[in-house]
Ligand binder design. Structure first.
Ligand code: AHM
Ligand code: MG
Length: 343
């Protein structure tokens, strides 16, 4: 008997852990896995096909004013299509769409979930063969029936039913949680299946990697500046100086730090006075995973998953990773940055 356990087998095996709507959440996760395989196929041949570059000659931009790459568009379409026909979702929120996408078709009549996603995060890395990712977050709808509405998305991170990411890296992995630990699956291209490779992932409470775009140093809050200096100081007991590792794809940076331990920080900066990353479909799902793996995620002061959410594309500063390291960074924020600077 093969010891390989596929994502599909694992989901079914674990579905009794789900608080409700067992078969439906299983099917939804399966739909995400299928879309991920299709996106993976395209990401992997990005250098071969004429798919690199901006979405249109005119430089089509998404609602945050960033240039969309063709693969962003492709990934967005694939996930929306898979979730729409899957029948378990009544609305989708995506980084690439200003408004939520209402799913109102025959299949979605009894849908109980909404999905928020960043279909292709780190897209500036596509052109240079560096890891990118998909992030997703699943909520139970609050509305009772019919198409979903905006209130269905404006729930706190603590209300997430499941969350995960796919990293299209040197291998492709899907990592997810339903609130009962974190499990990682590696895509075996020879059989076309995600196979359980990282059961019950736990992140070390402390480590020696810090990940931040230090090019923005001059614009960081004082607490972050002091924390970076702390990371660079020599101290044998705490194994400092730490190593600096920054890929520029949050999924890849968070994934590495999840496995080896470390801290990822995207603070407020002059260019991003509210932080750069989005609460709904980047920070909340990654925070759910990190916490489930034993780590912590804050905005420098408050737990990310407790933050109130008012808009789909709301941004926040983000300090996430090994618990002791996040605590330390927050100590520096408390000591050297006024509350105004981190809000
Ligand atoms: P994106 O969603 O437009 O790709 O932006 C999010 C990305 C993160 O993946 C990454 O950590 C960060 O932006 C990098 O930003 P910067 O280049 O400012 O360091
Ligand atoms: Mg993104």
């Amino acid at each position: 008997m093969s010891k390989v356990k596929t994502l599909g087998q694992f989901i079914i095996e674990k579905q009794n852990d789900f608080p409700y709507a067992k078969g439906e959440l299983s099917r939804l996760l399966r739909d995400i896995g299928i879309a991920a395989k299709i996106v993976n196929r395209e990401v992997n041949k990005a250098g071969l096909a004429d798919i690199l570059g901006d979405a249109s000659d005119s430089g089509e931009t998404n609602i945050q004013g960033e240039i969309q790459k063709k693969l962003d568009v492709f990934a967005n379409e694939q996930f929306i299509a898979a979730l729409s026909v899957g029948g378990e979702v009544c609305a989708i929120a995506s980084e690439e769409n200003e408004e939520m996408i209402v799913v109102d078709n025959a299949q979605s009549k009894n849908a109980k979930y909404v999905v928020a996603m960043d279909p292709l995060d780190g897209s500036s890395n596509i052109d240079v063969n560096v890891s990118v990712g998909t992030i997703f977050s699943i909520y139970r709808r609050l509305s009772l029936s019919g198409p979903g509405n905006i209130e269905d998305f404006l729930q706190r991170g603590t209300d997430q039913v499941a969350a995960g990411y796919i990293i299209y890296g040197s291998s492709t992995m899907l990592v997810y949680t339903t609130g009962k630990g974190v499990n990682g699956f590696t895509l075996d291209p020879s059989i076309g299946e995600f196979c359980l490779s990282h059961p019950n992932m736990k992140t070390p409470s402390s480590a020696k990697t810090y990940s931040i775009n230090e090019g923005n140093y001059v614009h960081f809050p004082d607490g972050v500046k002091k924390y970076i200096k702390y990371c660079q100081e020599e101290d044998l007991a705490s194994k400092r100086p730490y190593s600096s590792r920054y890929i520029g794809s949050a999924v890849a940076d968070v994934h590495r730090n999840l496995i080896t331990g470390g801290i990822y920080i995207y603070p407020v900066t002059a260019a991003s006075p509210n932080g750069k990353l989005r609460l709904l479909y980047e920070c909340n799902p990654m925070s759910f995973i990190i916490e489930q793996a034993g780590g912590k995620a804050t905005d420098g002061e408050r737990r990310i998953m407790d933050l109130e959410i008012k808009t789909l594309h709301q941004r926040t500063s983000f300090f996430a990773g090994s618990a002791d390291m996040v605590d330390k960074a927050c100590d520096f924020m408390k000591k050297y940055s006024t509350a105004e600077k981190v809000k």
